[in-house]
Design a protein around this ligand. Structure first.
Ligand SMILES: Cc1ncc(C[n+]2csc(CCOP(=O)(O)OP(=O)(O)O)c2C)c(N)n1
Ligand SMILES: [Mg+2]
Length: 551
C-alpha cells in the first residue's frame, strides 16, 4: 500500500472524519485518501484560516481536529493558528507535507521539527514507510489523550513509499486520573471550614464535562460558581452563576469573588486574566487548584492546596469525602443566602449595569449594539470572538446557552482568527446560529475566509465592531500623546465587501438600522449576513487596561 494511503487509512480508522486545509502537491494524496474514506474536506482560502477552523472545530466536537497543509509555505502560513491551538491545548493533528530527506536545496525546505517545538506543538514525523502507521497512530493518540497540537511531518519520499496495510491497534483510552484520597479529604475539610467558597471552573472543567459534578459539590458546601473566559456558559441557568471571573467580570461578580474566603480553581490556571493579576483574591483567601496537569498547579498564583486529578472525578470524590466528614458543624449554607441569590438575579449580567450611552447620529455605542443583538439573536447560538479592544462587548453582553456556545481563541492573543474560528464552530454545531464577532482590523486580516463562509452556505451572522482603527493600539498610546497615524484608517465599507463575497450586508449606525438583522433572522438565512457596525470609540474599554498591564 502507498504510505500516503496508509496514513489516511490509519486516521480514518482512528475516527477522523473532518479535515481542514489547503491542498498543494505535497498533501494532495493524503487529503484525497481521507475523502476517499468518507472524511469531509473543508477547503480554506488561507492556511491560517484552515488552522483556526480545525482548532475551533476540535474544541466543540471534543475530538482531535485535522489540518492538512502543503510543505514549506503551507505550514508557515498556518503557524499563527497552530500556535493558538497549541497554547490552548487543542487536540489537533497537523498533516504537514515536508520535502524529501535528500532534497537539501529544495525551496520548500524548512526545519519542521524546530518550528513545531518553537510554537509549543509536539514534533512528530513519518520516519520510514515501515513505521508510518505507528507514527500516525502515535501522533493522533498524543493529540487525543494529552490534548496536544501535534505537527506530523510527512516527507514526500516516505509518503511515496510502500508499506503493509494499516492495522490500528485497538486500545481503550485510559480512564481519567482520580485524586489521592487524602487530597480529596483535604479539600472537603477546606470546604467545610469556608464561609464564602467560590468555584472558578476553567477549560479543564469544560473538557471533563464536569458541570453536574461541580454543581452537586457546590450545593453541598454553599459555593458560588464562576468560570474563566474559556469556559463561559458552563453554569448558565444556575441561580448561583457569577459568569466569567476576571477582566470580563461584572461589578457584582468581582465583588463576590474578591470577598471569597476560599477559591477553588477547577481545571483553571487562575492566570492574570481570570484573577485580574491577583486582585480578585481577597486578603486571607485560601486558594486550591485541581488540575490533571501538575505543571499547571501554582503556575500563576500561590496555592495552599494543589490536587492532581481530573475535574469531574475529583469533584465526585470531594463530594463523597464531605459526606464522610466526622460529625461536627460540617458545611453550612456557605455563600448561598437569599440576599445574594436576589442580587445575582438582578445585577450579575453586564446588561443590567447602568451606563451612559455615548451613541451619536453616526455611530452606535458598542454596548447598546451588543445588548440589542443579544435581544434579537436566538438563544441557541455559538459566539466566536476575535481579538482587540472590541472583544469584551460580545464576551460580556452576548449571553451564551452553555459552554459550547462560546468560542474564545485568545491563548496567543492574535488578531484575525475570529472569522475562521467561527467557521469551525459552525461546522461543529450546525444546530446553532454561529455569530462571529470581529473588529474591523481582524475582519480585514482574515477576510479571505468570507469566501469559505459563502461557499459552504453557512447561515452565519458576522458582526464587525468597526471603529476604523486598531482600537486597542489607539487606546494604548493616545493617553501618552503619541501620533496615531499608524493605527487609524479611512472608513471602509465592510457591508459592501460582504456583498462582494456573496453575503447580505447591512451598515449599522443606530439601533433602528438593526431592522434588516431581524428580517434576516426571520427569513430563510440563505446567505450569510455581514453587519458593519460603525461604533463609537471615544475611550478604551475597561478590560483593556488590564491587558496593557500585561504588556
Ligand atoms: C496578528 C496580530 N497583529 C497585531 C496585534 C496587535 N494588536 C492587538 S489588538 C490590535 C487591533 C485590532 O484591531 P481591530 O480588529 O479593529 O479591533 P479593535 O481593537 O479596533 O477593537 C492589534 C493590531 C495582534 N494582537 N495580533
Ligand atoms: Mg478596530
Amino acid at each position: 500500500m502507498l504510505v500516503a494511503d496508509a496514513v489516511a487509512d490509519t486516521l480514518a480508522g482512528l475516527g477522523a472524519d473532518t479535515v481542514f486545509g489547503l491542498v498543494g502537491s505535497g498533501n494532495f494524496h493524503v487529503t484525497n485518501g481521507l475523502t476517499a474514506r468518507g472524511a469531509r474536506f473543508v477547503a480554506a482560502r488561507h492556511e491560517c484560516g484552515a488552522a483556526s477552523m480545525a482548532d475551533s472545530w476540535a474544541r466543540l466536537a471534543g475530538r482531535p481536529g485535522l489540518l492538512s497543509v502543503h510543505q514549506g509555505p503551507g505550514l508557515t502560513n498556518a503557524l499563527t493558528g497552530i500556535t493558538e491551538a497549541a497554547k490552548s491545548r487543542t487536540p489537533l493533528v497537523v498533516l504537514a507535507a515536508d520535502v524529501a530527506g535528500a532534497a537539501v536545496r529544495s525551496n520548500f525546505r524548512i526545519d519542521v521539527g524546530a518550528i513545531a517545538a518553537a510554537v509549543g506543538a509536539v514534533p512528530e514525523r513519518l520516519y520510514s514507510p515501515q513505521s508510518a502507521v505507528a507514527d500516525t497512530v502515535r501522533a493522533y493518540r498524543t493529540a487525543a489523550r494529552q490534548r496536544r497540537t501535534v505537527l506530523l511531518a510527512m516527507p514526500l519520499d516516505v509518503q511515496a513509499g510502500q508499506c503493509d496495510p494499516a492495522r490500528v491497534p485497538d486500545e481503550p483510552a485510559p480512564s481519567p486520573p482520580a485524586p489521592a484520597p487524602e487530597a480529596a479529604a483535604g479539600l472537603a475539610a477546606e470546604l467545610a471550614a469556608a464561609s464564602r467558597p467560590v468555584f472558578v471552573a476553567g477549560r479543564g472543567a469544560r473538557i471533563a464535562a464536569a458541570r453536574q459534578d461541580l454543581e452537586e459539590l457546590a450545593a453541598a458546601c454553599g459555593a458560588l460558581l464562576a468560570t474563566s473566559a474559556a469556559a463561559k456558559g458552563l453554569f448558565r441557568g444556575s441561580p448561583w452563576d457569577l459568569d466569567v471571573s476576571g477582566g470580563f467580570a461584572s461589578p457584582l461578580a468581582a465583588e463576590l469573588i474578591s470577598a471569597a474566603d476560599l477559591l477553588v480553581g477547577w481545571g483553571c490556571s487562575l492566570n492574570m486574566w481570570t484573577m485580574r493579576h491577583g486582585a480578585l483574591i481577597g486578603p486571607g483567601c485560601r486558594v486550591v487548584q485541581v488540575d490533571d496537569d501538575d505543571a499547571a498547579i501554582g503556575a500563576h498564583r500561590p496555592v495552599q492546596l494543589g490536587i492532581l486529578g481530573d475535574v469531574a472525578v475529583t469533584a465526585r470524590a470531594v463530594t463523597a469525602a464531605l459526606h464522610d466528614l466526622p460529625p461536627g458543624p460540617g458545611p453550612g449554607a456557605g455563600y448561598r443566602s437569599p440576599e445574594i441569590r436576589q442580587r445575582i438575579a438582578g445585577e450579575i449580567r453586564w446588561r443590567d449595569v447602568p451606563y451612559a450611552d455615548d451613541s451619536d447620529a453616526g455611530r452606535i455605542d458598542p454596548r447598546t449594539l451588543s445588548i440589542a443583538l443579544d435581544d434579537l439573536l436566538p438563544d441557541s447560538r455559538v459566539v466566536a470572538v476575535d481579538s482587540g479592544n472590541f472583544m469584551g462587548y460580545p464576551s460580556m453582553f452576548l449571553s451564551v446557552p452553555d459552554e459550547q456556545g462560546f468560542c474564545f481563541t485568545q491563548a496567543y492573543q492574535s488578531v484575525g482568527l475570529g472569522l475562521a474560528s467561527a467557521i469551525g464552530a459552525a461546522l461543529a454545531r450546525p444546530d446553532r446560529l454561529t455569530v462571529a464577532t470581529l473588529g474591523d482590523g481582524g475582519a480585514l486580516m482574515g477576510i479571505s475566509e468570507l469566501e469559505t463562509v459563502v461557499r459552504l452556505g453557512l447561515p452565519m451572522v458576522i458582526v464587525v465592531y468597526d471603529d476604523e482603527a486598531y482600537g486597542a493600539e489607539v487606546h494604548h498610546f493616545r493617553p501618552n500623546g503619541h501620533g496615531l497615524d499608524t493605527v487609524t484608517f479611512p472608513p471602509t465599507d465592510i457591508a459592501q465587501i460582504g456583498r462582494g463575497f456573496g453575503c447580505e450586508g447591512v451598515t449599522v449606525r443606530t439601533r433602528d438600522d438593526l431592522v434588516p438583522v431581524s428580517r434576516w433572522l426571520d427569513g430563510p438565512r440563505e446567505r450569510p449576513l455581514v453587519v458593519d457596525a460603525k461604533v463609537t470609540s471615544g475611550r478604551g474599554s475597561w478590560w483593556l487596561e488590564e491587558a496593557f498591564r500585561g504588556h
